[in-house]
Design a protein around this ligand. Structure first.
Ligand code: PBG
Length: 328
């Protein structure tokens, strides 16, 4: 094997043109999915205090954000509704209302900016009074099969409104197969399913729960359905099941602390893998920036490049618009 000084690894690093030429990983706006929070009203921008730079937008302004995103080459938006407290119930029935905030936003954006993809969250937590992702029994246990029936109806409501990708984030067993069958049954052959296949019971979701209005509502925790951060083998089983049930792509969530899972999933299954750089991760970066401990652009680009290197096709990130502008 060639060794020093015949081989100097630094030769290729010495100039920018050379570094660009040997880069193994690229990051482009096409790799970004932008999560947007939606709120009632017209002309409303409601900042999310825990997520500096992130707001809840009324439907008309979501359309404006969609135009910006499309112009910058962001291929897809992910929608999350902040359901008014008065509409939240034990059974989360507002999730099935074809005129709920989510559906109105989908229709408005598909109408005005048809070229951008829309990914919708399938789970009941933005609609339930207890903020769990599903229906609960008298003891607070989240019921699997009963929840799945509801999620199927929710996914259909979203597909009818024009959703391009439905993304179940609830972690019920068997829901991908049930949703796939229902979509086929109604003729939605090209509606994709991006399964939140390996979703962990994480402490990084706090600001998100606040953003969708679930803050303070959650009874107990989600460890009875979301995964234990200690487990990796289990993530591979979850992914295998969701793919067998008809998922088009899979997601790992949270992001940066779980890149080992991304890599294992990519190597084992060779399918499109996405990761969600979640609210707590974004909040940590922004806190470091505010403290003068990090440079936003550099740290955001570095983390997103790390997702790509680990094997992600794309990343859901609250920095999407900012990064797309930087890359432009
Ligand atoms: C719930 C859902 C959560 C997120 C996306 N969908 C939170 C949770 O499971 O409690 C978190 C996203 C983020 O933190 O940015 N279905």
């Amino acid at each position: 094997m060639t060794s020093f000084p015949a081989l100097r690894m630094r030769r290729a690093r010495a100039a920018g043109w050379s570094r660009a030429m040997v880069a193994e990983t690229s990051l482009s706006p096409a790799n970004l999915i932008w999560p947007l929070f939606i709120t009632e009203g017209v002309g409303v921008e409601d900042p999310v205090v825990m997520l500096p730079g992130v707001s809840r937008w009324s439907v008309d302004l979501v359309v404006a954000r969609a135009r910006e995103a499309a112009a910058l080459g962001i291929p897809c938006l992910a929608f999350f509704p902040n359901t008014p407290r008065a509409l939240r119930t034990e059974d989360g029935r507002e999730a099935l209302n074809p005129d709920n905030l989510m559906c109105r936003a989908i229709r408005a954006v598909k109408d005005a900016v048809p070229e951008i993809g829309i990914l919708t969250d399938v789970a009941l937590d933005p609609y339930t009074s207890h903020a769990h992702d599903g229906l609960t029994d008298a003891r607070g246990y989240v019921l699997n099969d009963e929840t799945t029936e509801q999620l199927v109806l929710q996914a259909l409501v979203q597909a009818r409104a024009g959703a391009d990708i439905v993304a179940p984030s609830d972690m019920m067993d068997g829901r991908v197969a049930a949703i796939r069958a229902a979509l086929e049954g109604e003729g939605y052959r090209n509606v994709q399913i991006m399964a939140y296949a390996a979703k962990y019971a994480s402490a990084f979701y706090g600001p998100f729960r606040d953003a969708v209005g679930s803050g303070g509502l959650l009874k107990g925790d989600k460890r009875g359905y979301q995964m234990d951060p200690a487990n990796g083998e289990e993530a591979l089983r979850e992914v295998a099941l969701d793919l067998a049930e008809g998922a088009d792509s899979v997601m790992v969530k949270p992001g940066l602390p779980y890149l080992d899972i991304v890599r294992r999933v990519k190597e084992r299954f060779a399918v499109p893998v996405f990761a969600y750089q979640v609210s707590g991760e974004y909040a940590m970066i922004e806190a470091a920036v505010a403290a003068g401990a990090a440079d936003r652009d550099a740290i955001a680009l570095e983390t997103l490049t790390a997702f790509r290197r680990a094997g992600c096709s794309g990343v859901l990130t609250y920095h999407a618009l900012h990064i797309a502008r930087l890359l432009a």
